[in-house]
Design a protein around this ligand. Sequence first.
Ligand SMILES: CCCCCCCC(=O)SCCNC(=O)CCNC(=O)[C@H](O)C(C)(C)COP(=O)(O)OP(=O)(O)OC[C@H]1O[C@@H](n2cnc3c(N)ncnc32)[C@H](O)[C@@H]1OP(=O)(O)O
Length: 221
Amino acid sequence: MDFRIEDITEEEIDRRLSVVEPLTDSVRQLVDAVIRSEVSDERLAAAKEKVDAIVADLREQQRPGSFGTPYTKEFIGMPWGNAAVGARNAVAPPLRIQRSPGLAECEMVLGAAYEGPGGCVHGGVAALLLDQLVGEAASTDGLPSFTGTLTVKYLRPTLLGPLSARAEVTRREGRKTFVHATMSDADGVTVEADAIMICPKDFVLPTGDALPPAADRRLDR
Ligand SMILES: CCCCCCCC(=O)SCCNC(=O)CCNC(=O)[C@H](O)C(C)(C)COP(=O)(O)OP(=O)(O)OC[C@H]1O[C@@H](n2cnc3c(N)ncnc32)[C@H](O)[C@@H]1OP(=O)(O)O
């Protein structure tokens, strides 16, 4: 796992985000436009040429493999490639997660890129987002927790559009944290999930350091 340390300030994080987040948003717009565009085949083919040129430009300098999760020395996490919340990942819906002890919540608008059955959210996307949320809720005490088991129950179709999601810790037993999560539309809960999150035994950072005290850790931003 890549938890490398990057020695930068919060101001530098903000500066980098101010550059990449608008780019990621534009790529999200691109994805949505490709799905829904009804322009001619010729214009679609011309768009491909332009996109290929942008890709070639960006690939002139790129890191090998994935983005990983760098941390500052103050243990602020930068999971910017994350599939659910990555600031540089256009696949991730633009979630803004609110955290308080044992609780993670967010509101979102899921559009055409997240479709499963016609007009409805893909079940795997709902599971992805709830998986992230249970991880965030379990980690609000600063202990990194991995999903051991995630059980998802789809109560009724979730229509694309404005939605909210919530995950709450229900109990802790040693390294195990139990979390209940829901996804809801304006009429109530559409998907619910229960997770057993586990803090791996003897967790140490790849730098060889033990984790700092929980109060000093901010696993995400
Ligand atoms: C802020 C960040 C948010 C991030 C959100 C993202 C969430 C994710 O998607 S994480 C990625 C998906 N999950 C994974 O890849 C995890 C892969 N699995 C593993 O790494 C390990 O199996 C891990 C860490 C879950 C458990 O390993 P380990 O620490 O060795 O567990 P182990 O010591 O055997 O067991 C500890 C306890 O957990 C239980 N347990 C172990 N595995 C599981 C499991 N899969 N499900 C439920 N319980 C389990 C054991 O029964 C044991 O219970 P008890 O103490 O009561 O006997």
